[in-house]
Design a protein. Structure first.
Length: 358
């Protein structure tokens, strides 16, 4: 009986020792090589929604500029792609005929002003004579009518001159907004006719008139709200990051390839100099923020579907399974298994990246 008992103790000890050696050997395998450490810390973690979008012109950002008068294009000062400021002269229409009409109208105004002055003098003279009973009463009435008639004709002449002056102003086409010339539809020397419709000279795209329209899946749209901050990149400049804000979420979805998507309008806050309409945008919408315990991505190891870390507990390396959450900017959220301040090994990845057995 004593001999059997002794054999049993030896067998159990061998099994326990084997298990201990296996666990320690696994941990040593994990931390083989140069190992650095990180301390579990608290950081702000953002929840984001990813979507694809397109750069688009805002409604009203494209302005077609034309002429309100007919004539020959005497001067054209813009080309496609040129920058222009509000008030700059785009073109001039031959205005020699209008200038002649204006000179004639102004001369007529001058003549009628003199007539009014004479009528006023005649009326004053008739009134003076009437007081002294030297003229008939009808003389004053006639001179009064003469003055009124001259005044009416003067006022009409002045309005006619103002009309011609206004038309003369139409001969100079100015930019109504600042922006970039997108197209030029006429050339110097061409004749434009504004009898039935205003001919388009140029099209101007307003500065900072771009927005992003992102298509968000119906499974994510519930978390997207107005004023959510946005970061996006474009295929043409993948290294550049642009920022913006959610301006509007479409109330109705659209079915695209069998999937319901909602349009999200994003106001761009970054410099849009390099952006152009119809560029593809890769959009990240920040929908929420929360405080969480995080570790560098390299501190979290993988064994199949399990995640674990190696914690330094007073010099002893302990393997502990963890539950992870969001990954962001090189850090992983640790939802369970690590406490704030724990010292965790950052293990260099080797082979397939599965450094231990469960």
């Amino acid at each position: 009986m004593k001999t059997g008992f002794t054999v049993t103790i030896i067998a159990v000890a061998a099994i326990v020792g084997g298990v201990y050696w296996g666990v320690m050997n696994d941990t040593e395998d994990v931390i083989t090589g140069e190992t650095t450490y990180a301390v579990a810390e608290r950081r702000t973690i953002a929840s984001t929604v990813l979507a694809t979008g397109v750069i688009r012109l805002r409604v009203g950002a494209e302005v077609r500029v034309g002429s309100q008068m007919s004539g020959i294009v005497e001067e054209l000062n813009v080309t496609v792609g040129a920058k222009i400021d509000q008030g700059d002269v785009i073109a001039r229409i031959d205005s020699r005929g209008l200038k002649a009409r204006l000179a004639q109208a102004e001369a007529q105004v001058h003549v009628l002003e003199q007539e009014v002055e004479r009528a006023e003098v005649e009326l004053a003279r008739a009134r003076g004579l009437d007081v002294r009973k030297l003229v008939a009463r009808t003389e004053v009435e006639d001179r009064t009518l003469d003055l009124a008639d001259a005044s009416v004709r003067l006022e009409k002449s002045r309005r006619d001159a103002e009309v011609v002056e206004t038309d003369l102003g139409y001969a100079v086409i100015r930019a109504p907004i600042s922006g970039t010339i997108a197209s030029v539809a006429t050339q110097k020397g061409e004749t434009v006719a504004a009898a039935f419709s205003i001919p388009t000279f140029v099209t101007i795209i307003a500065d900072d008139a771009l927005e992003v329209i992102a298509l968000v899946d119906e499974t994510d749209i519930g978390t997207v709200e107005e004023a959510n901050p946005v970061m996006f990149t474009v295929e043409s400049y993948p290294a550049m990051e642009f920022t913006g804000t959610v301006k509007q979420v479409a109330p109705k979805g659209a079915i695209i390839s069998g999937v319901v998507n909602f349009e999200v309008m994003i106001e761009i806050e970054s410099d849009v100099t390099v952006l152009k309409p119809d560029m593809t945008a890769n959009v990240s919408i920040r929908t929420a923020e929360r405080e969480a315990i995080v570790l560098p991505n390299g501190a979290v190891q993988r064994d199949g579907f399990k995640r674990f870390v190696i914690i330094d507990q007073g010099g002893e390396m302990v393997q502990r399974q963890v539950a992870i959450g969001t990954r962001e900017a090189g850090f992983t959220e640790i939802r369970q298994g690590v406490a704030l301040g724990d010292r965790v090994a950052i293990v260099p990845q080797t082979g397939t990246g599965q450094n231990t057995r469960g």
